[in-house]
Design a protein around this ligand. Structure first.
Ligand code: BV8
Ligand code: ZN
Length: 244
């Protein structure tokens, strides 16, 4: 299905897409925007929760101070997500698994929509809202999309927490190192739907470019990364990606 407007992509980008083998895709909240998932910094009602800014309620410090409040915030977000589905952006990226010989998908998102669209081996830098982790033995539990979430650890009975990386917390062991190694080896890097403000995720496109990759950003607005990209395609991911 041809997108409504064929995106304004350059001949250079088309040529590179035709020949690329090792491709890294970094996504942020913008790829889920057309599914109805509020972004973090695009205003809207998600940026603040009961008067607490997003980076306060979603922080390691808040979890230490008030785990029930953090659960309430994540329970709310899972309720919003429950009724939503992947959009054309997630589907296009999932189809790239057959298109490029060696595709690595790295996401900052915790919504699991890439996997629901069929993407495999997704590198989740910030964890996943559909998992809970024991605060003591770190055992991971699935959080069902229907019904109650598990209240205590199956193994040791201690409290669970969302299996999500909060501000001020370390990333999952190995995830960033793996993404870094793929960024250093890729020929093309797509940066899709991220404001490029959160580190260390936002450093991946810079690593790709300094290793010789062609970096292409897809976003309706300019971001902190736009100036260093080789090409910026201005538009919504759900409209631009099917046309690439
Ligand atoms: C770390 C999970 C040490 C939680 C998230 C001071 C105090 C404490 C920490 C710091 C500090 N200063 C700096 C830091 C480090 C901090 C950081 O970077 N802060 C920033 C804000 C300054 N980072 C950390 O704390 C990280 N840990 O550093 O530990 C360390 C150091 C080195 C190595 C290892 C460890 C942990 C960061 C993870 C925090 N957790 N999420 C939750 O979800 O509740 S981050 C959160 O922001 C989300 O994961 C989100 O994905 C991420 C980034 O946001 P974006 O995805 O970019 O979304 P955003 O809304 O910003 O932008 C949306 C974009 O989409 C826009 O550009 C918009 O134009 C575009 N868009 C809109 N519609 C569309 C679209 N694009 C395409 N199509 C559309 N239709
Ligand atoms: Zn446990």
């Amino acid at each position: 299905m041809q997108p409504a407007t064929t995106p304004n992509i350059s001949a250079e980008l088309r040529r590179r897409v035709e020949t690329a083998r090792r491709v890294l895709v970094l996504t942020g909240a913008g790829v889920s925007a057309e599914s109805g998932v509020p972004t973090f910094r695009g205003g809207g009602n998600s940026a603040v929760w009961k008067g607490l800014p997003f980076d306060v309620i979603s922080s390691g410090a808040m979890l230490e101070r008030n785990l029930p409040a953090v659960w309430e915030w994540f329970d709310y977000r899972r309720d919003v997500l429950r009724a939503l589905a992947p959009n054309a952006a997630h589907e296009a990226i999932a189809s790239w698994q057959e298109r490029f010989a060696d595709l690595t998908l790295v996401t900052q998102n915790v919504d699991g929509l890439h996997q629901r669209a069929g993407s495999r081996n997704v590198v989740e830098l910030h964890g996943n809202i559909w998992r809970a982790r024991c605060t003591v033995c770190r055992l991971v539990h699935e959080v069902p999309s229907e019904g109650e979430r598990p209240e205590a650890c199956d193994e040791c009975g201690n409290e669970l927490r969302p299996d999500v990386v909060l501000f001020g917390e370390m990333l999952p062991p190995g995830a960033f190192e793996f993404a870094l190694e793929r960024a250093a080896r890729c020929e093309m890097c797509f940066v899709i739907g991220t404001s490029g403000l959160v580190y260390p995720a936002a450093s991946l496109p810079e690593v790709a470019q300094s290793s010789g990759a062609f970096v292409c950003e897809i976003n309706p607005e300019r971001t902190a990364l736009s100036s260093m990209c080789d090409e910026v395609v201005v538009g919504k991911a759900g409209e631009v990606l099917p046309g690439i």
